[in-house]
Design a protein around this ligand. Structure first.
Ligand code: ZN
Length: 97
């Protein structure tokens, strides 16, 4: 019997939105700084520009924001450093895909 190969290899995400992976990586790294309120005006503008053209990153930021909001609702204090580190890990993992 001929079994179809079901375990498809993960498709590179950058094929879908046409941005270079390096571009997204840079933006996602910037988003990491955004968590710490460390963004400078220039970087912020660059991110906004990218988000306008890149649905993938836009969706990611939206979910990141709602996650942070959710966390703030549950726990009164702002993000702990361990929570920040975890989010940063998620970001870099997503960026590495
Ligand atoms: Zn992107």
């Amino acid at each position: 019997m001929n079994r179809p190969a079901r375990r498809a290899k993960p498709r590179p995400a950058h094929r879908r939105h046409g941005h270079s992976k390096a571009g997204c990586l840079k933006i996602l790294r910037g988003l990491s700084a955004y968590l710490d309120d460390e963004l400078e005006g220039d970087v912020c503008r660059e991110i906004r520009k990218h988000l306008g053209a890149c649905p993938n990153c836009e969706v990611f930021l939206a979910s990141l924001r709602s996650t942070i909001t959710l966390c703030r609702h549950v726990t009164p204090p702002p993000l702990s450093s361990s929570a920040k580190a975890r989010l940063r890990g998620h970001i870099l993992k997503a960026a590495g895909r």
